[in-house]
Write a protein that binds this ligand. Sequence first.
Ligand code: ADP
Length: 189
Amino acid sequence: MNLVFLGPPGSGKGTQAKRLSERLKAFHLSTGDLLREGVKNGTPLGKKAQKYMEAGELVPDELIVGLIEEKMASGILDKGYILDGFPRTVPQAEALKAMLDRNKKKIEMAVLLDVPDEEVIKRLSIRAGIEGRADDADVNTVKNRLDVYKKQTQPILDFYEKERILKKVHGLGHIDEITERLYKAITGK
Ligand code: ADP
């Protein structure tokens, strides 16, 4: 199964994508994790991405699309995957579709983990204390990421709505409860 996970920063989509990928035996591909690893190891990609990430801005589309193309070509995604953090702009969604069309493949479902703004802001400030992520620590950076999400990522919802594969799942509640909700939405079981 090939899935896209969507949701605002702090919606819990990373945590849930990881859990669901284990259950569905799909590969969990988080662009945020890959980029943070690149920054930590000082890779060429990490060096280019760092300044955008620290400001809460998106990394340029071509860098991210290149990264995804590389992962697709490597074969690690052949048995199914959950994309977490990609696509994040309409051009990225279009690039993904073009990439898949070329190989006669497709995304079966785009799942939105729906969480209200107030909750997201609260969660991100808690996460800053726990994980020490630079982009969570500053309140203006957090606000900027939410703005960026609204302006650049939310339009993707229309894109997948038109493709008739968007599924919205309520993202408030206990972590386990949300995993079940997602599992049911995805598998129908
Ligand atoms: P968040 O919790 O904010 O959704 P992520 O771990 O998914 O965090 O991403 C962290 C940062 O990595 C983003 O703010 C952005 O700078 C960069 N990033 C991750 N995925 C993408 C993408 N698909 N396009 C552009 N930038 C991205």
